[in-house]
Structures are given as structure tokens and as C-alpha cells.
Design a protein around this ligand. Sequence first.
Ligand code: ZN
Ligand code: ZN
Length: 374
Amino acid sequence: MSLATLPARAAIALGDGRFVVDTVEVAAPGPGEVRVRIAAAGLCHTDHQSLRWPGPLVMGHEGAGVIESLGEGIEHLAVGERVLLNWAIPCGRCPRCAAGEGHLCERTHGVDPELGSSDAAAGSTRWRGHPIGRAFRLGTLCELTVVRAEAVTPMPSALPLQHACILGCGVMTGVGSVIHSARVQPGDSVAVLGCGGVGLSVIQGARLAGAGRIVAVDRRAEGLERARAFGATDSVPVQDDDVDLRQAAAAVRQLTGGRGVDHAFEATGVDRLAFAPLRFVRHGGTALQVSGARGAASVDATEFWWDKRYLVPLYGGCQPERDLPQLARWALDGRLDLQGMVTRRYGLEALPQAMDDLLAGRNVKGVIGFGGVE
Ligand SMILES: [Zn+2]
Ligand SMILES: [Zn+2]
């Protein structure tokens, strides 16, 4: 264990749409912090958006690694322990944390400044002599990161970190939205709009919850094929002219005796489809938007008829201590397929290729490996 400042290779977003791979300096962890040697980091569309956030900024918000050193006051973790990083960092003290809703933590969301910050101390990462920030307080596209201890969750040693690293974003969002937000029950019917990384995680969650019918809806034949492999029972291809998914909704109603499904999840990543899942659910059903849509989307008030619920869950209601070890157990006993979701691995220097593949939709999940521990 070294408590010196250490150099680390990192991907740095410049704020204008570009990024570079360069060396940063990562300080020893302060009180309440840990320094983690990252083994693998998952990529998602948020990483592309981060290229235009105020920079420079160490990229990456999904990752797993090994604790390299501990700051003062950390008793419950050990150097050498394998951990998953988690961007929704609960303070454990605010009203939302106390109510078991740590994903809505008032420290992380900046609701109550008295709670302090979910960030590591300012200046713990420096580039060209100046302090720089880390995406989502993690910056996992870097060989080393310093984070608050509340941002790490121990992982079983049998789970490869190159698989574990994708748990902390899309997989948690998809599976958690099914289990905690929609509360899908055995035998329920589910429709999933969009079969990318989040949509396939919803499908796996629906399978884990014991859903009866799981209908995959996607434009791409390969998306539907993958959906079947991950547990969809039916598939509805979207026609080119079906821009608002009305034809697809009619097809799904037909599959369900004219009723609509109990739960429909929008995971297309297309902002104007934010309300589309309302058209797929039965009276009293639940429509969920899990793709992080923003901006304007229009909806006819009658689409809420009757007794429909509309939810926009954050991060599948993630409570790290409860959920992340559970996801790891499901992965280890083969009930949650992570290996099948990681369709390509890259070294950090190949990040330009990995970002191209992300934008072109060539992967379910691309993972950056840092060498070292698997
Ligand atoms: Zn809190
Ligand atoms: Zn993500």
C-alpha cells in the first residue's frame, strides 16, 4: 500500500465534444475516502453526453476494481477487496436515506448543503497541474479513482470484475425498475420498448421476477433476437413508418386479448417516446420511462385512461447494500447473464473505437479493461 500521489492513465472529456487519453495525478485518499485501482469500466450513452459537460473531466461512471488504499476512519473495507463503484452515493443521514431511498439522497442531489458533498475532496485528481472533476463523482475511465467510501460495494471474489463493472448503471436500472419500481409479480405481462443495454436488463429483470409474457419491441431484428436470448417470450418488430409506436402498441394489445400489458417500459433512448409506454398498458397498468428522456414530449391526456400509473424511476430504486450484492449473486448462480451483455472489450487507448461502436449501437455493452485483476 502506498499513500503517495500516483500517476494514472485516464480518459478526459474536454467539454467541447472531444476527449484525450493522458496521465493524471491521483492523491492518496483523505478521511472517509478510498482509492480504487479500476479493473474494468462499462460504457453507456451518458459517457458520450459527458463530452460536453463542463470540463476537463475524468470520464466514466460504471466500474469495478480493487481497493488500493484507505483513508482515515474506514473500518468496514480492506485493502485488496474487490468492489463495485456506484454513482448514486447515499449519505446515510438525510430523510431520503433514512426512508430507504438512498438513490434520492439529498446530499448527492444537492438538496441540503448542510450534508456536505458526495464528492471526494477537491483536488484529489489533477491534470497538467490543475484539479479536475470526475464524471458522477467516480471517473471510472482511469486506472485509479478516489471516491467517498459510500460509493463502493464489496463484490464476491468469484465474479469477474469485467462482468461486475456493468452492474452499477444499466443493469441496476433495468432490473431494479422491474423489481422495485413496477413491482412485477409472477405471471404478470410486460412489454419492453427498445432492446439495448437497459431494455435487455429490463427483460432479464422481468424473467427474474417470474413474469409470464415478456414482449420485446424493437426496430432491429438483432435487438429482438437478443431479447429472445435474454428471456423475451414474444417479439414485435417496429415498422419504419411507426414513429410513435401506435402500430406496435396495437400488436401488443392483440397479443394480450385486447387489454394491453400489466407493465410497459420505455428504453428506446428517444426523447419523444417518453410517454409511449402508456399506449401499451391495460387499465390500471404501469407505464415506466427508464431511458432518461428529457425535453418536450407530447401526450394526449386520454392515454392515461384509466387508472394508469406513470413512473420515471431513478436507477431502479438502487439501495447499494441491498441490491448490488443481490445482482452479483444472481450473476454467479447463472440467473443474471452479464457475460452475454458484454459484447466487446477494449483497452483504454482504444476508447475512440469503443465510443464509435457505442454511437453506432454495435454493442450491448462495451467494456474498457485496464489489465491486471480480471
Ligand atoms: Zn442521504
Ligand atoms: Zn450509464
